[in-house]
Design a protein around this ligand. Sequence first.
Ligand code: GAR
Length: 224
Amino acid sequence: MAEETWKDPREGVEIPKKKIVVLVSGGGTNLQALIDAQNRGELGGGKITCVISSRPDAYALTRAKNNGIPARVLRPKDFPSTEAYSDAMLEALYEEFADLIVQAGFMTILDAKICRAYPNRIMNVHPALIPSFCGKGYYGLHVHEAVLEKGVKVTGATVHFVNEICDGGPIILQKPVAVQQGDTPEVLQKRVMEQAEWKILPEAVRLFCEGKLRVKGNQVIIKQ
Ligand code: GAR
């Protein structure tokens, strides 16, 4: 298949689109937000070229299929260790010529060699305002349960680059969301997704694909 190109408005020249590989494990609503943004022409110089799921039954795979996006399944339990799984993942990413890797609800721990191979080229969406409610054990619905238990009035979502520290990489975008009285974890999760995750993830991907992100120490500088 011929490589898609994109005319960089700053340079005025046609360049190949960046290849985006999306890692998923579940429902894939964040993947859908990326697909919808791509269909609206809002991913700029990027194209989703592959979806890799850690689970064969993830609905995210159906979303990929419905949109003609090639998909692979890499199941952790088919590998003897995190290291062996990460080696297989690295191999797949090389085969796909990934320019950007997006963890969109990807629930499997990867070895640090993946971050070292793709420094500031792996993004993750987290359903809270980092550094609150993040790190080991904070994933999916557990995050919203912890938010409600703590009684905070504001939560939100974060998109950050992935480094060797769990949820500790440079923050690209964040968006706050109000916690409302009577919220259940499920209700709050839906609000955080709708009002924050599905907006800031495609936006961060667009900024990356337009070459507008620079990382300085732990700070991400966004070119206006
Ligand atoms: C999303 O809320 C995402 O932020 C979260 O899992 C959900 C996946 O939903 N990710 C994490 O908690 C990672 N620490 P999705 O499959 O519908 O996109």
